[in-house]
Design a binder for this molecule. Sequence first.
Ligand code: NDP
Length: 242
Amino acid sequence: MKTVLITGASRGIGAACADAFGKAGYHVFVNYNKSEDRAERVCEKIKAEGGVCTAIQADITDRESVRRMVSLCRYHGGGLDVLVNNAGIDFYGTFEQTGPQIWDSMINTDLTGAYNVIYAALPELKNSAAGRIINVSSVWGIHGASCEVAYSAAKAGIIGLTKALAKELGPSGITVNCVAPGYIDTEMNARFDIKTVADITDRTPLSRTGTASDVAGAVLWLASAEASFVTGTVLGVDGGFM
Ligand code: NDP
């Protein structure tokens, strides 16, 4: 049975990815940091549908905790075939409001967090017949967003990491790709009022906002055999917004 580790899978896009991989027959490792109850609920749903799932707590900014998480994947699943680096936080405010603590926290979570998990998981992925790394960036990592400078910088970093690592790991048979979602209906966007969401919808050619399942579909495809010749790419999941 193939295995997948999805970071930040207690809700939103990560939970939708967990659900999709569970239905596709993977043993799903559902990582969470603080939301244990919600991660357990994600697992219960997968198990109720006949899937295999294990919830694992780890703060992706804490390297020791990440190392333990990967050891548990090895212990419970025999290794790792797919890694989905999804966990992330955002900060909305001007650059002047982005003090050093906020900046460090954004970069540590949204960029270094992905590095930490890849670094720890790479030996497992190298043992897989077809290792896959899928990182979750953002349209703002490509185009930049006003009042989201730290977030945009971290997500741009994810794109650079993806492209460079794809070149380096190609000879090991591991593909490295990322998705760049546009506006997706999750708790991360709860701060936006109805008018702002309507404006985004108006500016989206497909005339709607995205769902977590929209992103999960793209992530699952990048992990599939059909995508075995796709690496170093940034797949937009934004309804044509950009
Ligand atoms: P949510 O805020 O709904 O969920 C974030 C998840 O990340 C939670 O499961 C949370 O776990 C986890 N997380 C946060 N910090 C850590 C940490 N230090 N260690 C481990 N897990 C952590 O976000 P979304 O589902 O909306 O976003 C998921 C990803 O998609 C993020 O990387 C985000 O930047 C990206 N994205 C989202 C878009 C959107 O419009 N929603 C658009 C483009 C990209 P816990 O609750 O347990 O702490």
